[in-house]
Design a protein around this ligand. Structure first.
Ligand code: ATP
Length: 204
């Protein structure tokens, strides 16, 4: 099963693009989209965890095989990916766990809680992100994971597949900034997310 975590402050079109590509790569296995309640390595989100969960639901509406999962929102304290993977591994003993993340997030993994254990529980599908350096994989990678060329090789944990996806230019930071400047974001977020942001007057 697939896992796609993030702050989703707000959920935007590049998240959707990644998710659609991830579903395709995983042959439409079930994917859990997991908003972080309290991200460990960045400023506090501007929107509440509940609003971000609603936006993830609205943004993924109509995508079959996607479940918006509130386990990090229900869990007390800082949201760590490893805790979600541990609980998903217990719930899904017979299914390999596949974590999707952008190259920027992947490059920072060394600072994540218990990051080496992530490779014992899951394989990773890493998406290109404009602005990230695609030339070299990080120094720490060979010690804990194996780079593979196709998803078929991800049936056991510890594999990393770098996707050569078309870059998607968009970020939640940019969207929050545009909203503060009272500029349009309708082309950057799914329509349901746009309506929700406007109706709740978020990010102004
Ligand atoms: P912010 O600008 O607030 O840092 P963000 O746009 O990076 O937010 P997150 O919710 O932090 O969004 O990201 C969730 C996941 O989606 C991460 O793995 C991140 O790398 C990935 N991601 C977000 N935007 C892109 C993008 N444009 N291309 C590739 N990956 C992306």
């Amino acid at each position: 099963m697939g896992i796609f975590g993030g702050t989703f402050d707000p959920f935007h079109n590049c998240h959707l693009t990644i998710l659609e590509a991830f579903l395709e790569v995983t042959s439409f296995a079930k994917v859990h989209v997991i908003p972080a309640k309290i991200p460990a390595l960045r400023d506090s989100p501007e929107s509440s965890a509940e609003d971000r969960l609603v936006m993830a639901r609205l943004g993924t509406k109509g995508l079959s095989n996607v479940v918006c999962d509130d386990r990090e929102i229900q869990r007390p304290g800082t949201s760590y990916t490893i805790d979600s993977l541990r609980s998903l591994a217990i719930e899904n003993v017979h299914q390999p766990l596949i974590l999707a993340l952008g190259r920027d997030a992947f490059d920072q993994m060394e600072s994540w809680a218990d990051w080496e254990e992530i490779f014992q529980l899951a394989s990773l599908v890493v998406f290109n992100r404009p602005g990230s350096d695609y030339a070299d994989s990080p120094r720490w990678l060979p010690a804990c994971a194996r780079i593979v060329n196709s998803f078929d090789q991800c049936s056991k944990a510890g594999q990393v597949l770098f996707l050569k996806n078309k870059p998607c230019y968009g970020s939640a930071t940019k969207i929050r900034r545009l909203l503060k400047e009272n500029l349009s974001i309708h082309h950057l977020v799914p329509s349901g997310v746009h309506e929700y942001i406007k109706s709740r007057n978020l990010y102004v």
